[in-house]
Design a protein. Sequence first.
Lengths: 347, 333, 335
Amino acid sequence: MASTAEPILEVNGLVKHYPLTRGVLSKKQIGAVKAVDGVDFTLDRGETLGIVGESGCGKSTVAKLLVNLEKPTAGEIRYKGEDIGKLSGRALKAVRRNIQMVFQDPYTSLNPRMTVGDIIAEPYDIHPEVAPKGDRRRRVRELLDVVGLNPEYINRYPHQFSGGQRQRIGIARGLALRPEIIVADEPVSALDVSVQAQVINLMAGLQDEFDLSYIFIAHDLSIVRHISDRVGVMYLGRIVEIGRDAEIYDHPTHPYTQALLSAVPVPDPTAREHRERIILVGDVPSPTNIPSGCRFRTRCWKARERCALEVPALAVPAEFRFLAGPESHDSACHFAEEKQVVPEALE
Amino acid sequence: MLLEVRDLRVEFRTRDGVAKAVNGVDYGVDAGETLAVLGESGSGKSVTAQAVMGILDIPPGRITGGEILFRGQDLLTLKEEERRRIRGAEMAMIFQDALSSLNPVLSVGDQLGEMFVVHRGMSRKDARAKAVELMDRVRIPAAAERVRQYPHQFSGGMRQRIMIAMALALEPALIIADEPTTALDVTVQAQVMELLAELQREYRMGLVLITHDLGVVADVADRIVVMYAGRIVESAPVHDIYKAPAHPYTRGLLDSVPRLDQKGQELYAIKGLPPNLMNIPSGCPFHPRCPMAQDVCRTDVPPLYEVTHAGESDGGRGSACHFWRECLHGLDR
Amino acid sequence: MPEPIPQEPHTAGGGRTPEDGAIAATGMGGAMDLATSEGETLEGPPAAGPGPSATPRSLWSDAWHDLRRNPVFIISGLVIVFLVVISVWPSLIASGNPLACDLAKAQEGSQPGHPFGFDGQGCDVYTRTVHGARTSVTVGVCATLGVSVLGSVLGGLAGFFGGTPDSFLSRITDIFFAIPVVLGGLVLLSVVTSNTVWPVIGFMVLLGWPQISRIARGSVITAKQNDYVQAARALGASHSRILLRHITPNAVAPVIVVATIALGTYIALEATLSYLGVGLRPPTVSWGIDISAASAYIRNAPHMLLWPAGALALTVLAFIMLGDAVRDALDPKLR
């Protein structure tokens, strides 16, 4: 699906620091939570970019920045070549229409005091140019049908639905304005296993039907692989490795990705014996106090002196630069080497 | 058998009616064995564990039938005081949310030491020394210094280790771990699971691992029971169940999980929703969602059939499906 | 050491079903999935299922459903309706003039036509007690309205926008909380010469708004953190839309509850101030004035004190009970 056409979304050097202040009225800055600390990626039309990482790696903040819920401290987000950080008023509203979000928690993301019909129609109230007033009810029913809910439920309240159904309502709201990009932040992690599959299939189906591009953010590596064309792995506010799904999962070159993948439990008891597990030592450092050089070095078994001094760039490592194989993809490690950690599928 | 649950039934009375959370559950764990109880929310897996531990909220909960045999003694006939003596010393529980399970105003050393003061009558000083030893055992670095710290000063993974230390304190024969790693990140989850498995081997404890994660189960369990709507739908040694599930619900669960090692096409999705416990479907509770359902499934509750291979018993496998043969051999596909 | 079992965090519809508590803690596995009352499947047409939540229900209709069955609410509600009716039309049950007094009958006890007897000025206690309700209800309702409007607007805006104005407002409310109410009333109202209820109401609003402001600020901040507010913001919704449509309906319940309870205390405060001589003054008819006047004769003619004091106690109790019932009904955790 990779194309030479201009990407629909381009993120360059995105940074979000939350200042830590002390004092009641005279706020003195004593530091900053570096939630996102220099993130670059592109998203092509019709593509799904998965972003994985553990809690606190900044993936949710990236989502908020993309839908303009937060203003970046630095860097730019280009939608079709236009930096949305520089837009305001009508132009910003128009861009917002095209980038919609699906939230993680289906219990808090729907206003309990509004009917399902009002929730899904709210985008039309805010962007009245999209649908004439008389047509909105019909569109809402259509959307309910599209996400697999009975259109007769239009007058019900969110609490009358199960978690999976609520997430469908959230997706219907996200689709209402016919956006081109949907940013989904952990859209299935609050759901039961059997319901997760329903929602993932729905999202995959909608992508084809409405020609959507997804940014799919999750901590579950299996789900991300299932839905994504490309995957970026985040650690402490940065992408450490990014590439096509097979490149990342079958030919990871960054030690963090390798550790992450090797830690995922695989539903196959025969894999128990012959599977190598990389158990990382220690915990993720605090985002207020990021290690110098490579931010992963405090937990990395390969760390050497160079890692504390030099920040590794996210690029194809030198040793793979002239290879055409799947190991040749962007990886921010001074000592990148390929290591297969996911056992081959036994079929 | 170390622990044997027989035909346990638990109900909850609520404003809207009676919810039948557990409807005749049987399972057993031996010393040194890991039994995984697999199920989605509302399957009754945690309620069963709470009944075993004797920490069920009564009311609204009510145990309406069955026995819980611990070393052959029915716990349900014991007085509360006798049960309290067993709890902690003989069986312990690990919870999902370590932060809310630890008292925020007491140092972890005090909380660990309290076990020894209360159950073993140790002095504060000895108890503190024991606490440090335990923290070492669960591999918390710099235990001697950190013993004075408070729960919020530890990371999620470290807190879960403290919970494990607390459960292990009196060297119980049985540990019930209710989603012990669900709240943790994968890399930390792997550390904690490995620790738990290792300690279990070392102490030859029985471990009941309650989880919804098919991956975690595959990694550590010896046997699995799968629960649905308060019943056990399948019970089998771990290898068999992943190779060839004998219940359509188990098969559906296995098929609906995306795999790390392959990019699948469309995921299999079990249709519909888990049942309302106030109004459990007639016959087999899974029939409204089952692709194999026949008329008999709507009328007759399936017993836990013994799964056999060519007439031979298959290592104590059971399936609560009228059509387990067809499911096991994939004849319906 | 039995740890607390994590409780079901989402309470609504059929979600009161106990479930695997541990999962609910992180929201892994929707607790609601087991509790949908409709036995429907997602793909198929909805199965007919007249479950308990087949008709649309909101928090408000749930609350009303609870209230109608709550005897505390019914009793206090009836008392309040009765009070409101007689304060609007006192002549419905008391035809006399509360200011028509006959000194010759001073302190006389109960007699035909005058069931509560006469006070020290020879006025009919029954008529005065009935007419006193108007003052009490006016003061209570007006003070509550004023306090609620001022407090919730200031507190709500401060909570919504945060930042320096919020810190500033919080310090101001702290200052107001430091003023002792009765002492403040003695000082401030002693310089007022007006003979109407308005200075008293004004004083109550002045000292009462910080209480509501705090509640409103807190509940707005809680509501603001919900994802549905983020969702609206991501859609590009304006501040006013977010405040009016998403935050206010979800933040207003605690304010209503506190205001209802406060209403009773304002009525008592009016009586207190009048008793101390800085509230209302004759010829205004008020329970506080009557209690104050009767207190001198408590040994000889206790009936003069009993009736207005009893009416006051009953009224305050009714409003506090109503507030309690409303709080219970609006708190989904209690269901």
